[in-house]
Design a protein around this ligand. Structure first.
Ligand code: PMP
Length: 483
């Protein structure tokens, strides 16, 4: 009776909240053409080195994306009903718990899985790094748990495997990439043939070249050799529709990991979607409240399934934001997003190649398998100095360095492993690196043109400046840049 009354009250409260949210609802559907109006902070001025201010052009979306206003509004609205998830005895706690559980279904359907299909389950994580670490500690338990990954991975999809394999006495092996940064499928298959691989882990899109390997093809290969496949989805989720399901069951992805902050919901959080049967059998080395049925003085009975992977208090704003971000990205449509990104990629790459002494990494002719990430260098300027100048003088955010994908970046730049050793003790300025431009759904072709203008101007200024220096001064300038 008491329970029924509570539920009725809960429904009433939810309806009131929904009615409130309805008033705040955006008046028009969000599209690729109007999405700029919904980006938080897009007009926020930043102060440049000459003291003037202007809104920043943000080309660092592969690192993290700004919030979408409706995501922020949704988090604000749903915080009015915030209570402890899965733990409390209150209407707000019930409401929050229900929303938390409902969002699981949304996440599953976002990656092409029917939530009613019990083949897959999902669990929430803090971000992709956290998800991959949890998978590594759960799945890698014996010297026979050999992992095959590639040389294009972000460290988040390399180091957890390396370290975990070290602990259990197994190993990580790597498939090579070619000069344009594409994974060599033949090498991947050779590794599978020559080693009893248990898990293949590969990114769906590179954060360095934007290159998207055919992960369903890799899934088929992995399954053919008795391995399971894990896909790092950090760079794909805001750029392309992704499905766990391939054209045939052998092409299905077994585990998929992604972060919400790369999809316009910077409240933390992310998800792992994975095979129910496998996840039920394993447990990450991460323990605490919420993961147990019963704890006695000297015995513990652990839960299985999603909750076994979600120790500690959940991140409610992260989950609310993730759910809303999924709604909006779907509303805009991944076809429109892909088409828009291709235009930006083409314009930027062509513009860069037209500048003397500029190298653009990856395939610059066929862009079909690239999301909106472009990396480049010029032999006329130190990339650190150039990136700093375009930020401080041009108000444009890029990123410079090796983007937590060192082995991939060194390969693309033509450095051997041995050559890189001498840079170990160097500061950032002197370590080889690239400049990265990564697009979001709201970037424009005009912004690309502005970047190209500022780049040209700053490269010329650097060249002029360097011309006036003798060898010693040039060296000092490199070591202690005064830009
Ligand atoms: N994988 C790739 C390909 C990435 O680009 C990133 C983030 N740069 C990560 C994993 C890690 O994501 P997070 O920082 O959200 O854990």
């Amino acid at each position: 009776m008491v329970r029924a009354a509570r539920t009725a009250l809960l429904l009433l409260l939810a309806a009131v909240l929904a009615a409130g949210a309805a008033f705040a609802e955006e008046p028009e559907p969000i599209t690729i053409d109007n999405v700029r109006n919904y980006i938080v902070g897009i007009d926020e001025p930043v102060t440049l080195s000459d003291g003037t201010s202007r809104p920043m052009i943000n080309f660092d979306n592969a690192a993290t994306t700004p919030a979408l206003r409706p995501v922020m509004d949704e988090v604000d609205a749903k915080l009015r009903m915030y209570g402890s998830i899965g733990r409390g005895f209150s209407l707000k706690s019930d409401y929050s718990t229900e929303l938390y559980q409902e969002t699981r279904d949304k996440v599953l359907s976002f990656v092409g899985v029917n939530p009613k299909d019990e083949t897959y389950i999902m669990f929430y994580v803090n971000n992709t790094t956290d998800g991959l670490n949890k998978l590594a500690t759960a799945l890698i338990n014996s010297s026979e748990d050999i992992v095959l990954t590639t040389r294009m991975e972000h460290h988040a999809n390399d180091l957890p495997w390396r370290e975990r394999c070290k602990v259990v006495g197994s190993k990580v092996i790597y498939a090579e990439v070619d000069g344009q940064g594409r994974v060599i499928y033949e090498d991947l298959e050779r590794q599978l043939k020559e080693n009893p691989v248990r898990y293949v882990s590969v990114t769906a899109a590179s954060n360095v070249t934007g290159y998207m390997p055919d992960v369903h093809r890799i899934a088929k290969l992995a399954h053919q050799y008795g391995a399971k496949i894990i896909v790092d989805g950090a760079q794909i989720v805001a750029h392309r529709a992704f499905s766990m399901l391939g054209e045939t069951p052998e092409e299905n992805i077994d585990f998929f990991v992604f972060s919400a902050h790369k999809m316009y919901s910077p409240y933390g959080g992310g998800a792992v979607v994975g095979l129910n049967e496998v996840l039920q059998e394993h447990q990450p080395t991460f323990y605490g409240g919420g993961t147990v049925h019963l704890v006695q003085d000297y015995a513990v009975s652990y839960k299985t399934g999603s909750e076994a992977y979600e120790a500690g208090s959940p991140n409610y704003p992260g989950v609310v934001g993730l759910g809303k971000a999924i709604d909006i990205l779907r509303q805009i449509g991944f076809d429109s997003i892909a088409e828009h990104e291709q235009k930006l990629n083409r314009r930027l790459i062509d513009g860069l190649l037209a500048i003397e002494n500029v190298t653009v990494y990856g395939d610059t002719v066929n862009l079909d398998d690239r999301v909106g990430v472009v990396t480049f260098n010029t032999s006329d300027a130190n990339s650190y100095e150039l990136a700093t100048r375009i930020a401080d003088r041009g108000g444009i955010a890029t990123r410079r360095g090796a983007f937590c994908a060192h082995p991939y970046v060194w390969r693309l730049m033509g450095y051997s492993d041995a050559e890189m050793e001498e840079y170990e003790a160097c500061d950032d300025y002197n370590t080889p690196g690239m400049i990265r431009v990564s697009f979001g759904i709201y970037n424009t072709e005009e912004e690309v043109d502005t970047l190209l203008e500022i780049l040209k101007e700053q490269i010329e200024e650097i060249k002029e400046h360097n011309k006036e220096l003798d060898e010693k001064e040039l060296w000092d300038d490199i070591m202690y840049p005064g830009y």
